[in-house]
Write a protein that binds this ligand. Sequence first.
Ligand code: ADP
Ligand code: MG
Length: 256
Amino acid sequence: MQPLLRVNNLSKDYGALRACDRISFNLYPGQVLGIIGESGSGKSTLLASIAGHVSFDDGEVLYCNRDNNLINLRTLPEPRRRQLMKTEWGFVRQNPRDGLRMTVTAGANIGERLLDVGQRHYGNIRTEALQWLNEVEIPENRIDNFPNTFSGGMQQRLQLARILVTRPRIVLMDEPTGGLDVSVQARLLDLMRSLVRTLDLSVILVTHDIGVVRLLAHRLMVMQNGQVVEAGLTDQVLDDPQHPYTQQLVNATLVP
Ligand code: ADP
Ligand code: MG
């Protein structure tokens, strides 16, 4: 099977600091790749570099698009990159305020992405928005409410609906459960797990929470100081960690 995404030797510097150091991996269709590591290890920088939110210094990111063309994201003109991000890709932010438009209704937040992909029929857009509210367990009668009247967990579910409505092929998530209470996290994780399965999503999931990757990720990369120190199948890495840093991460989350 062809990878959807190939990341080859990606490096990103902030001045003298190397935030990502020669990172390479492939993402295959239907795969959830977890990236863990403590704060400052370069996880968000890696994700932002792949999405093109920041420009990286070295290496390449190659994406195999819907039409089976290989696209070099580093040299892709900005308008085409933006269009890709609105259609074939999605980016879930930790803070739903960064991923939603707070000044328009829940329905409009979902509908906007459909307008981006060329849908124009108001009735169809509203019907699809209602369907997606259902998918993410938000009551239909909230469709005309603004997101700031929603709880944190509900806002995060709305963000998922807004992104998934265009059926993106790759979803990048940066600490999607990070800002939520534990009980709210559990519900969101359950929902994410079922959406990933039913939609056969390919996901890069950044988190500092081992519980999250255990539940969702097929494969795992462990980052420390901008480098990948260990990678493999999630269960293998977590049950039999080879690198001292991974061992320390795993031990820190074991309940005595
Ligand atoms: P993580 O997401 O794993 O917590 P980050 O990617 O946010 O890590 O940060 C990696 C390193 O890069 C950190 O040392 C951080 O201080 C630094 N860094 C991140 N963003 C910037 C920036 N815009 N300017 C300068 N340094 C940054
Ligand atoms: Mg981060």
